[in-house]
Design a protein around this ligand. Structure first.
Ligand code: ZN
Ligand code: ZN
Length: 431
């Protein structure tokens, strides 16, 4: 594309020049020394007016570009993708391969329906989304989600009621200073007090990101602290839960080495956060793909545990040396082979019955509901859980693959895609 053509394409974009000039100190001043003076006076390129225009194009239209390793590389302008409107529940996502951008539908879009993207993260609370949109893009979002006190039941804005165990939500979410009211006892709280509460908790979350502690204890205790004041899926809690759902069971190595209680927490978090994603970023979103991968891995592990239990009951179970006798002989002084083999062997689980820790029917039912699967799970004691978990694992793997297929060649998530393929193959190989 020639330079004049590129300029013509770019000058069709919004630059919100008037609004930006009206608030000169916010939108122009910060660039005065570092950009405008440097370009115009030192480099002698363009005019003051043109540079202000370009800054507007960049601020309003540019999209973050990351390398194949996921690291932020800069911002790019994509004139056609920039035509998309924002919605707090959008129907597309952008995939950047090197510098080329593809926009893909995440849900089916009807003829005549608006094709939308998100300018701000769909995980945010309503006041946060609307404020950012107004500040940077100069419009007040009134999408169906912003119109709903409960964020259409996602509750990313809800705070814990000070009088009862229920939650307070904005009464008029389209007002920037709406009061909040309890869904249970009707107790009200001012917007300012909610903002103060959230502002007092934000440093705790920032500290977590700065100090990046090993293990997951810090995250888990912070979630408990936040849940005393906020809804369990308020934006501050949700963000930590998504990261924790991915991290649990993987801090020391392979998920299959993790304790059952850890896997249980992981599954609960996956189910909870995927429930929110179903509302705020449905369909083939990357968030869903990554969380479904964690869920699939955990479900496949339960499948293995059920299989192990069946094997150990065939072998008379309880004493691992009965199965491992030939191996234990080669371990010098190894009186209890499970002490040595436990962390890596799925053949000898710490407790032979996985259902002692995991509510196998509940997990199954929750995942079936989450994915709207057309099966009614049986809870009868004679249910063939081995078969059912194999089926469920394969369904979740398939769904995750669908979400992440855009990533398979373009980013570090490609490894996850390949892991999913391996998981699928090894489950299918099994009889
Ligand atoms: Zn909205
Ligand atoms: Zn209340």
């Amino acid at each position: 594309m020639s330079k004049p053509d590129a300029w013509r394409l770019i000058s069709n974009l919004m630059d919100h020049r008037e609004e930006r000039l009206a608030e000169y100190d916010i939108y122009i001043d910060p660039y005065k020394q570092t950009v405008i003076n440097k370009v115009v006076e030192e480099l002698k390129v363009g005019t003051n007016e043109n540079i202000v225009k370009v800054l507007g194009y960049l601020d309003i239209n540019s999209i973050a570009v990351r390398g194949l390793d996921g690291v932020y590389r800069g911002r790019g302008i994509y004139p056609i993708a920039s035509l998309m409107n924002h919605s707090c529940i959008c129907n597309t996502r952008n995939i950047i391969n090197h510098t080329k951008l593809d926009t893909r539908a995440t849900v089916s879009i009807k003829r005549g329906e608006c094709i939308t993207t998100h300018y701000v993260s769909p995980l945010l609370a309503v006041y946060n989304r609307r404020e950012k949109l107004k500040e940077r893009w100069f419009f007040e979002c009134s999408c169906p989600r912003c119109n709903s006190s409960t964020d259409l039941q996602a509750f990313t804005s809800g705070v814990k009621c000070t009088k009862c165990t229920n939650y307070q939500v904005p009464v008029y979410p389209l007002q920037f200073k709406s009061k909040y009211r309890c869904l249970g006892c009707q107790e009200e709280i001012s917007c300012d007090n909610v903002n103060k509460l959230v502002a007092s908790l934000e440093p705790l979350v920032q500290a977590l990101n700065v100090f990046q502690m090993p293990g997951t204890d810090t995250e888990e205790s912070l979630i408990r602290t936040l849940e005393e004041k906020l809804h369990p899926t308020h934006q501050l809690v949700l963000d930590i839960k998504i990261n924790l759902a991915r991290k649990l069971g993987r801090t020391t190595g392979l998920l299959r080495c993790a304790e059952r209680s850890v896997v249980k927490n992981k599954i609960n978090l996956c189910i909870e956060t995927l429930g929110v994603m179903k509302i705020v970023y449905p369909g083939l979103s990357k968030y869903r793909g990554l969380l479904l991968y964690e869920l699939a891995d955990s479900l496949a592990l339960i499948h293995t545990w059920i299989l192990d239990k069946q094997i150990s009951s065939i072998h008379g179970e309880t004493d691992p040396s009965q199965i491992l006798d030939p191996v234990s002989n080669s371990i010098p002084g190894g009186t209890d082979p499970s002490q040595i083999l436990d962390p890596v062997s799925n053949l000898i689980p710490r407790d032979t019955d996985p259902s002692q820790i995991l509510d196998i029917p509940w997990i199954f039912g929750s995942v079936v509901k989450l994915l709207n699967l057309d099966i009614s799970p049986t809870t009868s004691p004679g249910a063939d859980w081995l078969k059912m978990y194999k089926y469920l694992s394969l369904v979740v793997i398939e769904e995750s693959l669908c979400c992440l297929r855009f990533e398979r060649d373009v980013s570090y998530e490609g490894d996850i895609y390949r892991n999913l393929i391996n998981m699928k193959n090894s489950l299918e190989r099994e009889n």
